[in-house]
Every structure is written in C-alpha cells, then in structure tokens.
Design a protein around this ligand. Structure first.
Ligand code: TYD
Length: 141
C-alpha cells in the first residue's frame, strides 16, 4: 500500500535534545521517535552550492533526515500534492515514508544531512524516473 502514501504522511519529528554549557546532545530513540528499525545510517556533506540532491522516490524505504549542521529544504511530492520542509535544527528530523518523490535543495555551505534508513542500500528499490514514479503511484507499475 506504499503507493497510497501522501506528503501528509511525512512529518517533522522533535528529537530528544539537551542544551547546556557543553553544547547540544540530540538523540534519536527508535521506539519513541521513529516507527521503523534503523538498518542503515549515511550522511551527505560538502554539497556544492545550487546542487539538487534526491530526485527519486522509494518503493519501501522509510527515512529520517536530520540537518546535523546547516540547513536545506526538502520538496516532497506524492504525485498530487507538494510540500516544502526546511531542516535547520539538529534536534528535528523529517520522517519520509515510502512512495514520496523528494528533492533536496538550498543547502547551506556548512550543511550535513544525516539519514537513518529502514533498509540496506538497494538500487532496485529506487524509482529514479518521475514518469515511473507516477505509474507507481497509480499502481500501474
Ligand atoms: P542517492 O541516494 O541517489 O543520493 P541523494 O539522494 O543523496 O542525492 O545516492 C548517490 C549515489 O550513492 C548513488 O550512486 C548510490 C550511492 N549510494 C550507495 O552506494 N549507498 C548508499 O547507502 C546510498 C544512500 C547511496
């Protein structure tokens, strides 16, 4: 049923965080913060200005994106609706459910995007063509 997911199933999640004189400690606690078991962690950094990342959807993958430093915007698209989310705090995560096309833009020079993912890397699980994505959304794949 992942093809039925909409941008409204994606949400910004407030992570546990503590700020004191030694700086921030932010933590993702699976059971209380996210609805999936973390199988893979990766991060993107040193992103040249004006680059667009993403530009794909996933058939099954759930992800939590965190701007551990800097900021960027995520354009979510379910084929019908679009929503733009900004991440700019290390204690906020964006949960992206399967079946959502995403583009990540407006990276600040210091941005690092940490991604917690529900599955191992699998290229066959990506949908990299927008027309294929629209077919997937109509379950005409
Ligand atoms: P991709 O997920 O398309 O990047 P983004 O969505 O951040 O723009 O991945 C870029 C390249 O890195 C692609 O060739 C696949 C490879 N890759 C891995 O080998 N393992 C991984 O865990 C990820 C996320 C990507």
């Amino acid at each position: 049923m992942n093809h039925l997911n909409t941008v409204y199933d994606c949400s910004i999640i407030e992570l546990k965080h503590i700020l004191n004189e030694i700086g921030y400690v932010s933590s993702v606690e699976g059971a209380s913060n996210i609805s999936f078991d973390i199988k893979r962690v990766y991060y993107i950094s040193e992103i040249p200005l004006d680059v667009t990342r993403g530009g794909h959807g996933h058939k099954c993958l759930k992800q939590l994106l965190v701007a551990t430093t800097g900021s960027f915007d995520i354009i979510l698209d379910d084929g019908l609706n679009k929503q733009v989310c900004t991440l700019n705090q290390p204690y906020q995560g964006l949960l992206i459910v399967p079946g959502i096309w995403r583009e990540i833009v407006n990276f600040s020079a210091d941005a690092t995007c940490l991604v917690l993912a529900s599955l191992d890397y699998d290229e066959t699980e990506y949908i990299r063509d927008y027309d294929e994505f629209l077919k997937f959304k109509k379950k005409d794949y």
